[in-house]
Ligand binder design. Structure first.
Ligand SMILES: *Cc1c(COP(=O)(O)O)cnc(C)c1O
Length: 420
């Protein structure tokens, strides 16, 4: 299998290059030259791990040694479909170790990247985070021989739960608290990639959300939803950088039945407006309650338009926009009606369902539930009066020492703290 760039101005790449470089040299995003095929009988696979073994492992087996065992180990948690009413379901993607769907992509990418290293080759993953990606990447790569993770997060700008997940000690992970904003963290990552000093310890890679190695495994939980439902749903996807939606569209293009998709956005509405007929315009990011979806320039729009021309994309995917007040109301509504505690991202998806039903849409709808409500205890408690019970995975982090090193937002400070 070879991987080509959406901009068609880079040479075709191997899976290793696509996974470890992330971005193609021409600035485009990698796509495989053929979609991941759905082998006969995929509906019979008993779990997410089973689907991984049956669908994803054969697709990478020519380059990734031991692919099936790695996939089974990466996807060792359930993605249950929970029924809320006759035609409304949530697909809970937050039962992995860091309690968001980012675990699916990060854990698989980590195992593949490690398996593709040459003997003795070393890899450093440098990642800036303000949300769920950081802890998923740190957890996913931690402990793999020859791999180190340097995790940058902005001081005082991540939630208490997030900070607990980011700043703990993990083998092979150096958490770095930056005296600055998330933009400072991203700038440091970008400039570090241009500075040879940061490559003294081996290959440097970023594992960010445009990596095709994260999208391929994400297609599997869409299949898992269809398998559990035994019917053809419309998928409602709380969206930011559009990786999740792209994974669903890739599965559908490969033959998975779907009655359509909804890209459910918060106030960062550029892609929803594009789906309604506008040009795609980059916009400044607006801060919202569903902060993991605060993306003004969604990178994966480029992949979606490479997969389908605009008119076909608009026929398949509908966009919706939900503001913060309506997100709060949606959290409350899910609790009042169904006794269900939804995180703010999932609530944006549930609001899209309310809207579509108001327009007369019928048939089964599956909302992807992207994070555990306990990651956002304050917002959920404010809307419902109920504090989500803390899962074991968060409770056991309480009281663990904070090992993050704190640095000024300069390249020299980052180098001395984590690369010297
Ligand atoms: C990352 C994230 C999203 C957005 O997913 P994209 O693939 O960027 O569209 C939605 N919800 C949660 C909880 C996330 O962490």
């Amino acid at each position: 299998m070879i991987y080509f760039s959406t901009r068609n101005a880079s040479p075709p790449a191997s899976l290793k290059t696509a996974l470890l470089d992330g971005l193609a040299p021409d600035g485009g995003l990698y796509l495989p030259d053929a979609l991941m095929p759905l082998p006969d009988g995929w509906q019979g696979a008993p779990s997410l791990a089973g689907l991984g073994a049956h669908v994803l492992a054969p697709f990478v087996a020519d380059t990734v040694p031991n692919a099936e065992a790695l996939v089974r180990d990466a996807l060792n948690f359930e993605t249950p479909l929970v029924r809320l009413d006759d035609d409304l379901f949530v697909l809970e993607l937050f039962h992995g170790p860091t309690l968001s769907f980012k675990d699916v992509g990060a854990r698989t990418l980590a195992r593949f990247a490690h398996a593709l290293l040459e003997p003795g080759e070393r890899l450093t993953i440098l990642v800036a985070t303000s949300g769920d990606t950081g802890s998923a990447v740190a957890d996913g790569f931690s402990g793999l021989p020859g791999v180190r993770v340097v995790l940058l997060f902005p001081e005082g700008r991540v939630s208490e739960v997030q900070e607990r997940q980011l700043a703990i000690e993990r083998p092979g992970v150096t958490p770095v608290r930056v005296r600055g904003t998330f933009d400072d963290c991203q700038r440091l990552v970008k400039t570090a990639f241009e500075d040879v000093r940061f490559r003294a310890h081996g290959r440097l890679s970023s594992a960010n959300s445009i990596n095709i190695g994260r999208l391929l495994p994400q297609s599997l939980y869409y299949l898992d939803a269809v398998r559990q439902l035994g019917d053809t749903p419309r998928f409602v996807v709380p969206s930011g950088n559009l990786g999740n939606l792209t994974a669903g569209v890739m599965a559908h293009r490969a033959g998975m039945p779907a009655a359509g998709f909804v890209a459910a956005h918060n106030a960062n509405r550029g892609f929803a407006d594009f789906l309604a007929g506008d040009d795609l315009r980059p916009a400044d990011t607006v801060q919202t309650l569903s902060n993991a979806m605060d993306v003004g320039r969604p990178s994966n729009a480029e992949r979606l338009t490479a997969l389908l021309p605009p008119e076909r994309l608009r026929a398949l995917v509908r966009g919706t926009v939900t503001d913060d007040a309506t997100t709060r109301a949606s959290i409350r509504d899910a609790y009042d009606r169904y006794g269900y505690l939804a995180c703010p991202h999932t609530a944006v998806g549930l609001d899209a369902v309310r809207r579509l039903r108001g327009e007369g849409a019928s048939g089964p709808m599956v909302v992807l539930s992207t994070a555990h409500p306990a990651k956002f205890p304050d917002v959920v408690a404010e809307a419902t009066g109920v504090t989500p019970p803390e899962p074991e995975a968060l409770a056991r982090l309480r009281g663990l020492p904070d090992v993050a090193v704190t640095v000024e937002p300069t390249l020299d400070a980052l180098h001395d703290a984590a690369f010297a």
